[in-house]
Design a protein around this ligand. Sequence first.
Ligand SMILES: Cc1cc2nc3c(=O)[nH]c(=O)nc-3n(C[C@H](O)[C@H](O)[C@H](O)COP(=O)(O)OP(=O)(O)OC[C@H]3O[C@@H](n4cnc5c(N)ncnc54)[C@H](O)[C@@H]3O)c2cc1C
Length: 485
Amino acid sequence: MSESHVIEKVIASPDKDAIGGIASYYIGCGSCAFLDPAFRIVRNMDGCYQASVVGQVNDWQAAARVCPFAGTISEDQIGKELFGAQEGVSHNKYLGYYLDTYVGYAKVDGWRARGSSGGMISWLAAKMLEEGLVDAVVHAKDGPDPEHMYTIQVSHTVEELNSGAKSKYYPVEMSEALKYVRTHDERFLFIGIPCFVKAVRLLCREDSVLQERIKYCIGLVCGHLKSDFFAKAEAWESGVPLDRIARVDFRHKLPDGPASDYAVEVERTDNAAPVIKRTADLSTTNWGLGYFKYNACDYCDDVLAETADVTFGDAWIPKYVSDGAGCNVIVIRNQDVRDLLMRHRDELVLHEATADEVYQSQAGGFRHRRQGLSYRLHVHRERGEWTPTKRVKPSLEGISEQRQEIYAFRTILKNESFVAFRKAVSQNDFSVFNKHMNPIVRRYNRVSMSLKKRLRRGIKKILKKVAPHSLVAGIERFYQQVVKR
Ligand SMILES: Cc1cc2nc3c(=O)[nH]c(=O)nc-3n(C[C@H](O)[C@H](O)[C@H](O)COP(=O)(O)OP(=O)(O)OC[C@H]3O[C@@H](n4cnc5c(N)ncnc54)[C@H](O)[C@@H]3O)c2cc1C
């Protein structure tokens, strides 16, 4: 394979023993398909978007330059070009370039209640429309059918934004929406996860029309993207048969309890009432296990969408998590956005936060995507395999044997989750999934958790079966506030 066809290496499976089609470095954003119709994007057997080459590619190198996993331009380079010259800008190896950091939420018009966390993304998009900074917003919204629960679309009004709120842990691709941008002389705001925003920035370097029209990008903090198995597995485990699932709301807020205690709401095709289930009661929703994760996500080192004008995530910081209504962690990089937020500060609650607090809110994600990535790159290098060019270098330096084992186990958990789900589907029995995964999870827990933590978990599990939820929550609070201190 020629070096100039590096995008083929991104699309192809790097590991011949890999599970299904999942072990490629392709994230399914669709930047290559937007550039060149020879790249076709379809869902693979693992519910992930996957490109294949059909026909004659015009310019292989251009396709590689716009791919977030094939190009060699880093988030630092893009960030420096976009934000580095502003007065008062700082740089941090986790946050990228930034002007300000906050924790907060939108306190007007129900944005917070409708949003995943503080509702600030939708609030800001609405403000940009109302103030005439943009004419339209490119973001993920309800799709046409259960096999396409969410797709990337264009909203022109605040009402249209309303129906697009909340996080979609679901495969989406942007080539069609970008074709709309290419053919409509309007000013756009783009909303997306870090790799999608990076792809848009790379496309803007190639295409002066996109560059002219895409005025701003809002980034979502990202732990990883999920295959559509995630939505299906959550819904199925919640008791909705596979052929009755219409759509899954991944972030249904519950009235009491901390922000981290949310539910999924599954709409059904048979007009029966939607099913609401706490994610804490589902096995498939433990993000730490990384079930149904795109393989590419394990080769990304950008958690905070460093190329976006502003990034929002969940404020997973103890003093804010207790506020069940939800709070955003906020990283502002563009002076225009800072000015806009300050002009409307009366519509927001903004607490100053340090860069370290922002880091802490995503500390687990950073460990996995920086130290864990070093480990994974090292393993590939030892095997003589190609990997995308990253800011993180292949190394085992400073990575304890226990951490190495944890990272190795996470790859197994990811791969096996696909095998287990396909097996469960073929036997039409969700319990097959857990029968396959439970022994692997137990082995992983033995490696990753102290005996004390495992005992606490075991006791909590037993209590959950015999005691009401409020009592278990009370005991957990007592443990956190009194015993642990
Ligand atoms: C795949 C994924 C992984 C994430 N991982 C983390 C994490 O590890 N840590 C963390 O703190 N936060 C994570 N988030 C972000 C978090 O879930 C919230 O989106 C964020 O806090 C914003 O909430 P909000 O209430 O301000 O947004 P809302 O007001 O609810 O608005 C969300 C906006 O984002 C758009 N949107 C949602 N999903 C997508 C998508 N997939 N592609 C394009 N646009 C989309 C919606 O259309 C809407 O415009 C993740 C989000 C996604 C989609």
